[in-house]
Design a protein around this ligand. Structure first.
Ligand SMILES: [Zn+2]
Length: 347
């Protein structure tokens, strides 16, 4: 079968690899029908050293169950399923608390930690299939497919940012970042009823989609000027919640600048730093809280899916390009160049 491999920064190849097969009794083999490139795939694409590769790529996919191990009880051949970006048993104490990204099962993992499997491929061996996969009540050629695919990561991640930040109808929210996660953080904040949603971004097509998703205000300036504009829009105080969907130190500093005293900075942009200000001059004096982490998207699928099925939201609008496997390397480059917002893959 064919799969996407990253050999180092800027070097993505689609290659012939050994066929994925069921190995453990709790595995399922899934034939991938839709997959995509994640904004987080762009971190290694910009920095991966050749000695750390090659790495199998892709952690968001929908597919058809082709085979199951003897202990898989909830799925059968022919089922259409969506896979979250984390493998989990859905039964341990952390999963029961809705924190599937901290699942205690020994086989729990992120797809990026499975060396021989990945979603940007023709097929995937899915460990802990009963816990990990969620059945979709539509056909594989449904027009809802792009939106349903966002349940595997990007929509659940935007939703997690909003939930971890405590967004509700009494909150004003700033979203930092106009990538797919930032835009779906806007949609999620809107869905949770936020009173005001300020999107900090500067790319026209993305800003337009942000407005469609529910942004009430746009601030395109960065740094001190951007901070001043957000404060101007909020009576001088900043917003109760900041959803930080970039992951860099300038984005963190931006968040500190626009959050209201007593507020929350919720991060889902994978932080590319370990050290950040948390003391008297930053978090402590204004009683700020820091929240967020890898989204337990498995916990959110049942809650978010009905709004996609009934057409009330269309998170799949973040996909602005579609390719087959051959076009995946160019898709990475287009996303790195910000020519594409998010690339859908049909293997
Ligand atoms: Zn678990």
């Amino acid at each position: 079968m064919r799969a996407t491999m990253m050999y180092g920064a800027g070097d993505v190849r689609v290659e012939q690899v050994p066929d994925s097969v069921v190995k453990l009794p709790t595995d399922a083999l899934v034939r991938v029908t839709a997959s995509c490139v994640c904004g987080s795939d762009l971190w290694p694409y910009s920095s991966m050293k050749p000695e750390d590769g090659p790495a199998r790529m892709g952690h968001e996919f929908i597919g058809i169950v082709e085979d199951t191990g003897p202990e898989v009880t909830t799925l059968k051949r022919g089922d259409l399923v969506v896979a979250p970006f984390a493998i989990s048993d859905n039964t341990c104490q952390f999963c029961r608390e809705g924190l599937h990204t901290s699942c205690a099962h020994p086989q729990a993992n992120f797809w990026d930690g499975e060396p021989d499997e990945g979603g940007q491929a023709e097929a995937v061996r899915v460990p802990l299939a009963d816990g990990t996969l969620v059945k979709l009540p539509v056909e594989a050629d449904s027009a809802l497919m792009p939106s349903l695919l966002t349940l595997s990561d990007v929509f659940g991640t935007g939703h997690h940012a909003a939930v971890a930040g405590g967004v509700n109808p009494r909150t004003r929210v700033t979203v930092i970042g106009d990538g797919a996660v930032g835009l779906l953080a806007v949609l999620s904040a809107k869905r949770l009823g936020a009173e005001q949603i300020i999107l900090m971004g500067r790319h026209q097509a993305r800003i337009d989609l942000g407005r469609e998703f529910g942004a009430t205000d746009i601030v395109s300036a960065r740094g001190e000027e951007g901070i001043a504009q957000v404060r101007e829009l909020t009576g001088g105080h900043g917003t109760h919640v900041v959803l930080e969907a970039v992951g860099t130190m300038p984005a963190y500093r931006q968040a500190l600048g626009v959050v209201r005293p007593g507020g929350v900075i919720s991060r889902v942009g994978v932080p590319q730093y370990e050290d950040a200000p948390i003391g008297m001059g930053s978090l402590f004096r204004p009683n700020l809280r820091l929240a967020g982490g890898p989204a337990p998207v498995r916990a959110y699928i049942e809650e978010l899916m009905p709004d996609i099925l009934n057409g009330s939201i269309e998170p799949g609008k973040v996909f602005d390009a579609t390719t087959d496997l051959d076009g995946v390397p160019a898709g990475y480059q287009d996303m790195a160049d910000r020519k594409s917002l998010k690339v859908l893959i049909k293997p």
